[in-house]
Write a protein that binds this ligand. Structure first.
Ligand SMILES: Cc1cc2nc3c(=O)[nH]c(=O)nc-3n(C[C@H](O)[C@H](O)[C@H](O)COP(=O)(O)OP(=O)(O)OC[C@H]3O[C@@H](n4cnc5c(N)ncnc54)[C@H](O)[C@@H]3O)c2cc1C
Length: 416
């Protein structure tokens, strides 16, 4: 397995952050388009857990290339890239289902790293964040409950009751991505049921081996339960005890912290989806020029196929501009000011992803449904893109409301 030269040793790379991002993108591209393809094939055929030895070996190559944990700030040993620069890194990694994991910037760990870095106590950071940043352990994030609409995140039943210096947690969560094999979860639990809805819940860090914490199962997604990082767990908390010192941020701040966690997270997801789209596009074009309908008559000569290629190209390029613009806005003005842009990219890019994947599969015919390419894997596992981190309808309504409120103000119409 050959690794590209270390970034630190790249002679022409100036010290600026943008050129550092260029160097990281180049190093990761060489891995993602080279040795990662063999590991990807193993994952597609045999599952994530079976591929762990190959995945871990390739992680070492990413480290040797100086491209590990490219999202981290300098105080955690990272390059301190702006969000707009990390977005470009995320696109390259998105080209393979193993990309983000190889560079230790996979969801949900990346969101937990940001959360702990900004809001956890020094002791929690030392014990949990530092090994997470080094890739020595994994984490998960438990917010959604099967009994309540996840689209309304302030409504939940999981309780954390104060008993002296401890919280006692009782509740039921599901779709906790990557719970299988995680060292800890960040759980959202109601600490004050009488507070206003947005101030009822808090975030608590719970070691996965805490007595009373049960991983019930990995939930099958489109028929596949997955394993290890590539899974979504159902969890039950049977009176799990954690010290009050395991709370992240203030009591009642859980919802605000979750919102802050989701802003940049949506940019991460959208750029990963654009990486998926680019790979699907390349596969679609390759198939269109190499598959013959008759001797000397490639599929790509058909106008119907040309339309699919052209439409996909335009949609991907437009989506990328939209996301990079949102990322630059977050860098410049913060998540709050970029709220509309974040809502727009979430539903728009998820739709582009679904359309491009569908066309790529169509052009491949039956082959597109097999494990010969990652298309079928993504089709199954990325259908959720239009549901997780807020379903389409929630983002559409939020953006539409904001736009109409401004229109009403411009036209002197009372609006609520
Ligand atoms: C692959 C995947 C990974 C996930 N990972 C995690 C994780 O790691 N941690 C975690 O806590 N959760 C996770 N989730 C859960 C996710 O956050 C929820 O699925 C999401 O918030 C939607 O909640 P729900 O599934 O309960 O759907 P519901 O809230 O029941 O909504 C169902 C549907 O109703 C419609 N709808 C909802 N609200 C509105 C509205 N206001 N207006 C109009 N229509 C509406 C939408 O079409 C929506 O899809 C994951 C989900 C998936 C699919």
């Amino acid at each position: 397995m050959s690794a590209p030269a270390s970034i630190a040793a790249t002679p022409a790379a100036p010290a600026g952050a943008a050129s550092r991002a260029d160097a990281i993108v180049a190093a990761l591209r060489a891995i993602v388009e080279g040795p990662a393809l063999a590991v990807e094939a193993h994952v597609l055929r045999h599952g994530w857990r079976d591929a762990l030895p190959q995945l871990r070996a390739l992680r070492e190559a990413v480290k040797a290339a100086g491209a590990f944990a490219p999202h981290l700030p300098p105080d955690l040993g990272g390059p301190g890239l702006a969000l707009a620069d990390f977005a470009r890194v995320s696109e390259v990694l998105g080209r393979t289902p193993v990309g983000h994991w190889l560079a230790n910037c996979q969801a949900p760990d990346i969101g937990n790293m940001e959360l702990l870095h900004a809001h956890a106590s020094p002791a929690l950071r030392e014990r949990w964040l530092h090994p997470l940043a080094r890739g020595e352990l994994r984490s998960c994030f438990a917010m959604t409950e099967p009994e309540h609409a996840g689209a309304n995140p302030v409504w939940m039943s999981t309780r954390a009751e104060r008993h002296g210096d401890d919280y006692l947690i009782t509740g039921h969560k599901w779709f906790t991505t990557a719970a299988d094999g995680a060292a800890f979860t960040v759980v959202m639990a109601v600490t004050d049921p009488d507070a206003p809805p947005h101030a009822r819940a808090s975030m608590l860090l719970v070691p996965m081996d805490a007595p009373g914490l049960e991983l019930v199962r990995n939930i099958p997604v489109m028929g596949e339960p997955g394993s290890d990082w590539a899974s979504h767990g159902e969890l039950r908390f049977h009176g799990v005890r954690v010290p009050v010192a395991h709370r992240i941020g203030d009591e009642g701040a859980g919802f605000a912290l979750a919102q802050a966690r989701l802003g940049p997270g949506r940019v991460h997801h959208c750029m990963r989806w654009i990486g998926i789209c680019e790979r699907a596009f390349d596969l679609m074009c390759e198939r269109a020029v190499t598959r013959e309908l008759a001797p000397g008559e490639p599929l790509g000569r058909k106008e119907a196929i040309q339309h699919m290629v052209a439409r996909s190209r335009a949609e991907i390029d437009a989506a990328r501009l939209l996301v990079l613009d949102a990322a630059a806005r977050i860098d410049r003005e913060g998540t709050g000011a970029a709220r509309d842009a974040i809502a727009a990219i979430k539903f728009h890019v998820a739709g582009v992803l679904q359309a491009v994947l569908d066309r790529a599969i169509q052009v491949h015919g039956a082959l597109g449904l097999t494990d010969a390419t990652p298309l079928a894997f993504w089709w199954a596992h990325e259908r959720g893109a239009r549901i997780y981190d807020g379903p389409d309808e929630v983002h559409l309504a939020s953006l539409g409301r904001a736009l109409l409120k401004r229109a009403a103000a411009r036209h002197g119409v009372a609006w609520r």
